[in-house]
Design a binder for this molecule. Structure first.
Ligand code: 13P
Length: 239
């Protein structure tokens, strides 16, 4: 069985969310995680069986942070997971390693599982630097974390060039980076971690991707906003 996590980004308006929930209500979604915009978390928890996550959280706890949403608030809403360090936030909001350390610690303190994203851009891939880049992104955060929390964090390997493009690494390439991540954390900190793959996962490629045993699941963007596609992927990940 593989973990299916949908990152719905800001694709959906309220009526689209209602449609999505209605159109997936005929299947057991209790083992899939949906990360909607925070404003819809309540809707999913009220109207669906999905486990619910957030797409981001504040670096700080409750208090004077206008416009932010804290890990404690997410916990009070019922969120169980939260994405951290998505490449869109690294690029658009200039988020950095020290911020990810704070977010991860806040999430763990509030019993929310962080999904920590790493991945290289196209130029780095073409220069054969995928593992170097991913390793650096992990170490700059993990060196500041208490090893006791590391097994609670899920890592998502999301090559930036694959996000929203329909382009996808080969299975051996995904396997290579995934085992590199697992070995790095095992060798340096003695901890085992789960690793998801993300980037253009859809109903056409999920069967091929499922051949990679070492990958523990998927972080899915666009396809997680289309009910039929998401249902199909969920059904393929149940066994
Ligand atoms: P796509 O599945 O749309 O490529 O997005 C992947 C992603 O960014 C998930 O976090």
């Amino acid at each position: 069985m593989k973990l299916v996590v949908g990152n719905q980004k800001t694709y959906l308006n309220r009526s689209d969310v209602l449609d999505f929930i209605n159109h997936t209500s005929d299947v057991d979604c209790s083992r899939a995680v949906v990360c909607p915009s925070d404003i819809y978390i309540d809707m999913y928890l009220d109207k669906s069986k999905y486990v619910v996550g957030a797409q981001n959280c504040s670096c700080k706890g409750n208090g004077a942070s206008t416009g932010e949403i804290s890990a404690e608030q997410l916990n009070s809403l019922g969120a169980s997971y939260c994405i951290v360090a998505h490449s869109e936030r690294r690029a658009d909001q200039h988020e950095t390693g020290d911020m990810f350390v704070k977010k991860i610690n806040n999430l763990i303190e509030n019993n929310i599982i962080p999904i920590f994203c790493v991945g290289e851009n196209l130029d780095e891939k073409e220069r054969n630097l995928s593992k170097d880049v991913v390793g650096k992104q992990i170490l700059e955060v993990y060196d500041s974390l208490d090893p006791s929390i590391m097994e609670k964090i899920i890592i998502a390997y999301e090559p930036i060039w694959s996000i929203g493009t329909g382009k996808i690494p080969t299975n051996p390439e995904i396997e290579d980076v995934t085992s590199y991540i697992k070995d790095l954390i095992q060798d340096k900190y003695g901890k085992r971690v789960a690793v998801l793959y993300g980037g253009s996962v859809n109903m056409k490629n999920v069967d091929t991707l499922n051949e990679i045993d070492i990958v523990d699941g998927y972080l899915i963007g666009g396809a997680s906003t289309k009910p039929e596609e998401f249902k199909y992927i969920m059904s393929k990940c149940e066994r």
